[in-house]
Ligand binder design. Structure first.
Ligand code: SF4
Length: 413
């Protein structure tokens, strides 16, 4: 039998078929093709003695139709069956939140404002990423955002709609993290319309900090160096976390697969902003995001080291050839190669003393570093690192409870 993290990686790489007799598609969350399109799968829970693993299994892409994994249902319970071995793994299917189909006071269905990815709320705040509008085509080749924003989700989101959705996600789904992301938007200081993604996020960050509470993250392309005061302002407004998607460590892969990022800012801008914000916020509070399964494994490992050496948290996505992206016909990676990457990632975090698994935030689109603990040998240093993280998790509990209160309430308490 596979360990839970191994099953997770197998499913990310091979996808899953759904037995037409099962009701998985009816009881689960709707399949939301939003943001970069990675949420194109079925959200499931894999039981684990450490803690249940949330994951978003690819089910729509053509490779999933050839998967040896089949989701079945028996007596109201769900199983993932490996048809090569007949091994059967019980899994849970989180139900779709009731608030998804509720309207905000502005009249918009809440699922068009934000979606749960694991137990956190993801919100794409801006209009279509401008890389989609450049000539020649400059969008990242694995991305489908330009095809989703305005179709599967609202292109302009009011602050009140976002706050109402975040309150529903907090109260009814236990979300403790709201994550805002934007594509590429440059700033024109003479025009109120042309705002950098970071500037666009500011009113949402302030409102969620004041009226909702919880942890808040922002993902945007880097600000030019002379405007790094914008990071400071966002931190003052209540942002707890920044993430930087530099996607590929190998400069040639970066340039050819992210032509817009290469042309408008270059790879180094991501590292510089990541290092700056990591120093400001502290170890493990900023993440560098890369995609594994396209560039050589050694490059991915170098990327992980670079992120950890900057004091940041490596968020590694297993490449998914989402429908509608330029890379939709590229094969996803082999599970064994990805197990090697995540074992490496765990060891790198341990080496760098990066705290992992401290906050109760479950991300379904990636293998979280703490989940990878089962991929490495249990040595003395591994046990010590796990113990330290467990202690930090305990110590963080009062802080997490305090953070969950809106700032307006904390100030008047
Ligand atoms: S920056 Fe790249 S990945 Fe992000 S939305 Fe734009 S095209 Fe997509």
């Amino acid at each position: 039998m596979l360990r839970p993290v191994e099953l997770e990686i197998e499913l990310f790489c091979l996808g899953m078929r759904i037995d037409p007799q099962s009701h998985a598609g009816e009881v689960g969350r709707r399949i939301a093709r939003t943001r970069a399109g990675l949420g194109s799968g079925l959200e499931i829970l894999i039981p684990s003695t450490r803690k249940d693993i949330w994951m978003n299994v690819p089910v729509l892409e053509p490779f999933a139709a050839k998967s040896p994994y089949l989701m079945t249902e028996s007596a109201g319970k769900f199983y993932v069956v490996d048809e090569r071995t007949d091994e059967s793994y019980p899994v849970g299917i989180p139900p779709e939140p009731k608030w998804y189909s509720r309207l905000t006071s502005g009249g918009t269905e809440m699922s068009r404002i934000g979606v749960l990815q694991g137990n956190y709320l993801g919100i794409y705040v801006s209009n279509r990423c401008l890389y989609w509008a450049l000539t020649p085509a400059s969008a990242c080749k694995f991305c489908t955002t330009g095809k989703n924003v305005g179709v599967a989700e609202e292109s302009r989101k009011s602050v009140d709609d976002v706050v109402e959705t975040a309150i529903a996600a907090r109260d009814e789904s236990g979300s403790v993290f709201t994550h805002f992301n934007t594509g590429y938007h440059y700033e024109d200081l003479d025009s109120k319309e042309k705002m950098h993604g970071l500037t666009q996020c500011k009113p949402y960050v302030s409102a969620v900090r004041q009226r909702v509470g919880g942890f808040i993250g922002v993902q945007a392309v880097p600000m030019p160096k002379h405007r790094w005061d914008q990071y400071d302002e966002l931190i003052d407004a209540g942002c707890d976390h920044f993430s930087f998607c530099y996607e590929f460590e190998d400069p040639e892969f970066f340039a050819s697969l992210c032509p817009g990022k290469e042309k408008t800012m270059g790879q180094k801008a991501f590292f510089d902003a990541m290092e700056y914000t990591s120093k400001k916020l502290g170890k493990g509070r900023v993440s560098g995001e890369i995609i594994a399964g396209i560039e050589p494994l050694e490059a991915t490992k170098r990327g992980i080291d670079r992120i950890v050496n900057a004091g940041a948290f490596p968020t590694v996505c297993i490449f998914r050839p989402t429908i509608g992206s330029e890379m939709e016909h590229v094969n996803p990676p082999e599970p064994e190669a990805m197990k090697e990457v995540f074992a490496y990632l765990y060891e790198a975090c341990k080496r760098g003393g990066i705290p992992i698994g401290i906050l109760p935030i479950e991300v379904s689109l990636v293998v979280q570093p703490e989940e990878a603990a089962d991929l490495v040998e249990q040595s003395f240093s591994t046990r010590l690192y796990s113990m330290k993280n467990r202690m930090l998790r305990q110590l963080a509990r009062p802080y997490v409870a305090w953070k969950q209160r809106p700032a307006t309430r904390s100030a008047t308490a």
